[in-house]
Design a protein around this ligand. Structure first.
Ligand SMILES: Cc1cc2nc3c(=O)[nH]c(=O)nc-3n(C[C@H](O)[C@H](O)[C@H](O)COP(=O)(O)OP(=O)(O)OC[C@H]3O[C@@H](n4cnc5c(N)ncnc54)[C@H](O)[C@@H]3O)c2cc1C
Length: 143
């Protein structure tokens, strides 16, 4: 058992998040904007993860790694670079009865679960507009 914590943030490291699965027999580590790892060989990524995890949970140094899997999702979300907002499409399109939802649409939020939910609310509002019903679903923005 590495830890009983359900999850942890590894501050000031390459590895950012630890999620404890299956009673700490399976740890899931997440790195967002992981550009420094894109070209890094699988074995080096695993070695780095073990090193950094061991700095927070020393028991890792004595643990025997049974299996590791590295997943690189380099196009999973867009990078929130300056000028991008103008390129994000609205939920209502030029085509009647075609509406868009997704974190990549124009929500005012970055590519997050919150942004995705807001896109769904906005799309639903546009659908209702089409029925002549000005229902509003979007919740107030975070102050
Ligand atoms: C590794 C990682 C970590 C993340 N961590 C966080 C986090 O901590 N907090 C946070 O807020 N956000 C996080 N995100 C971002 C968040 O997951 C996304 O912003 C969010 O899931 C986007 O939701 P969505 O509904 O727009 O798209 P998705 O969740 O991608 O949903 C789209 C769905 O459409 C399906 N689909 C695609 N094409 C077709 C097709 N042709 N036919 C049928 N179905 C199709 C896909 O299978 C998928 O299920 C993370 C993303 C990744 C990749």
């Amino acid at each position: 058992m590495i830890t009983e914590l359900p999850h942890a943030t590894l501050l000031d490291r390459t590895i950012q998040w630890m999620y404890n699965k299956d009673g700490a027999r399976h740890l899931q580590l997440v790195v967002s904007a992981s550009r420094s790892l894109t070209e890094m060989p699988r074995a080096d990524v695993i070695a780095l993860a073990l090193k950094e995890l061991g700095e927070f949970f020393p028991v890792v140094k004595d643990a025997k790694l049974q299996r590791a899997h590295v997943v690189k999702e380099v196009r999973a979300t867009y990078s929130a670079v300056p000028g991008l907002e103008d390129k994000r499409p609205l939920q209502k399109t030029e085509i009647a009865n075609l509406f868009l939802a997704g974190d990549w649409t124009k929500t005012g939020w970055p590519a997050t679960m919150e942004g995705a939910v807001r896109s769904g609310y906005l799309a639903a509002e546009k659908v209702m507009d089409g029925f002549g019903s000005r229902q509003r679903f979007l919740l107030p923005d975070v102050a």
